[in-house]
Design a protein around this ligand. Structure first.
Ligand SMILES: NC(=O)c1ccc[n+]([C@@H]2O[C@H](COP(=O)([O-])OP(=O)(O)OC[C@H]3O[C@@H](n4cnc5c(N)ncnc54)[C@H](OP(=O)(O)O)[C@@H]3O)[C@@H](O)[C@H]2O)c1
Length: 302
C-alpha cells in the first residue's frame, strides 16, 4: 500500500517541530516545508511546490504568532494568518488533499463569565489583530472547502521546541533567583502541550488514512483550566525550582494586544465523535517535566 505523503508547513516552529518528531515515528512519507523553502505567503511559488510534492495531507502549523507585534504589523499578520490559508485550501480542495489547519482560542473575545467554556458553536469575536487574522484564515478554509479539512483551535501551547511562556519564566527566574516576578492571575485557559496536540493530529491523520470523514472546526485543548500564575507555579513546583511569583491582574501587566480573560475551550466536536485524545493539563505538564525538565535546565545553564 502506498504511504501517505504529509507536508508540514511551519515545521521549524514549536508545534511543527514536535509534529515532525512524532510523525517521523510513523509510516508516512513526511515532508518538511522548510526543506523546500515553502513560504505560504508566496501564492504562485506555493502552488507550484504543492503541484510538485502532491501531498495527501497538509498540516498547516505556519503562522504569524507574535500577538503583540501583530497590532502594529496588521498587514503581515493578515497575509500569513488570513490570506495564506486560502491558497492552501484552494489547492487542497482541487486535489482532494486533507487540510489540518491550526487556529486559536483568540478568535473569541473571552468575555464569557468565568469559568464557562467556549464550544465550537459559540459566536466568534476576536479582540486582537492576531485573533482577527486567524479568524480570517478559518473563514477562507470553511468557504472554500466542502469537506476534508480540520481546523483545530488550540491554546496556551508549550513544548520542547521553540519558545514558550514556561521557558521564559524559567530563564528569567534562573537569571534572577531572588527577584519577584508578577504573573497574570485573571486570564484563564487550558495549557496544551505540543505532544498532546500532535497525538490528536495523528489520530485525525489515521482517521483520514482509514477513509473516515472528519471535517469541520474542532476545539483541541487539554482538559481543565488555570490562570497563567497557576500554570507557572505548577511548573516550578514540578521542576523543583524556587520562585517568587506574585499574582497580578491584567491591568497591572499591560500589553499591546488585548487578550481574552476567559479562554477556556471545550472539545465538544472531538468528544461528539469520540476522538478526543486530550487529558488533564497537569498530567501532560508532569510528562513534559519528566521528559524534558533536565534538558531545559541544562540548556539555560549553557
Ligand atoms: N503558541 C501558542 O500558544 C498558540 C496558541 C493558540 C494557537 N496557536 C497556533 O498554533 C500554531 C502553531 O503555533 P506555534 O506556537 O508552533 O508557532 P511558532 O513557534 O511561532 O511557529 C510558527 C512557524 O511558522 C513559520 N512561518 C511563519 N510565516 C511563514 C510563512 N510565510 N511560510 C512558512 N512558514 C512560516 C515560522 O517560521 P519563522 O520563525 O521562520 O518565521 C515558524 O516556524 C499556529 O497556527 C498558532 O496560531 C499557538
Amino acid at each position: 500500500m502506498k504511504k501517505l505523503t504529509i507536508l508540514i508547513a511551519g515545521d521549524k516552529g514549536q508545534l511543527g517541530g514536535e509534529l515532525f518528531a512524532q510523525l517521523s515515528l510513523q509510516n508516512f512519507e513526511l515532508l518538511r516545508g522548510s526543506d523546500y523553502g515553502l513560504d505560504i505567503t508566496c501564492r504562485d511559488a506555493c502552488l507550484c511546490l504543492l503541484d510538485k510534492l502532491s501531498p495527501d495531507i497538509i498540516i498547516n502549523a505556519a503562522a504569524y504568532t507574535a500577538v503583540d507585534h501583530a497590532e502594529a504589523n496588521q498587514e503581515q499578520a493578515f497575509l500569513v494568518n488570513g490570506e495564506s490559508p486560502k491558497t492552501l485550501a484552494q489547492w487542497c480542495q482541487q486535489h482532494s488533499c486533507y487540510l489540518i489547519h491550526i487556529s486559536t482560542d483568540y478568535v473569541f473575545s473571552g468575555t464569557k463569565p468565568l469559568y464557562r467554556t467556549y464550544c465550537e458553536a459559540d459566536p466568534v469575536d476576536p479582540v486582537s489583530v492576531y485573533g482577527q487574522s486567524k479568524l480570517q484564515g478559518e473563514n477562507h478554509i470553511a468557504a472554500i472547502m466542502t469537506d476534508g479539512y480540520a481546523v483545530l483551535r488550540t491554546a496556551w501551547l508549550y513544548g520542547f521546541y521553540g519558545n514558550n511562556f514556561l521557558k521564559t519564566m524559567l530563564k528569567l527566574t534562573l537569571a534572577n533567583p531572588e527577584k519577584e516576578f508578577k504573573v497574570v492571575n485573571d486570564q484563564y485557559g487550558s495549557p496544551t502541550s505540543t505532544i498532546a496536540l500532535s497525538h490528536q493530529i495523528l489520530l485525525l491523520v489515521n482517521k483520514r488514512a482509514a477513509g473516515e470523514k472528519v471535517s469541520g472546526v474542532f476545539h483541541a485543548t487539554s482538559d481543565d483550566y488555570c490562570s497563567w500564575y497557576e500554570f507557572a507555579c505548577e511548573f516550578f513546583q514540578l521542576m523543583n525550582v524556587k520562585h517568587h511569583f506574585l499574582p497580578c491582574s491584567t491591568q497591572e501587566y499591560p500589553t499591546a494586544a488585548t487578550r481574552p480573560t476567559n479562554s477556556i475551550l471545550e472539545n465538544k466536536h472531538l468528544n461528539a465523535l469520540n476522538i478526543n485524545s486530550f487529558v488533564d493539563w497537569r498530567k501532560d505538564l508532569c510528562r513534559y517535566v519528566n521528559q524534558h525538565g533536565e534538558q531545559l535546565l541544562n540548556d539555560l545553564k549553557q
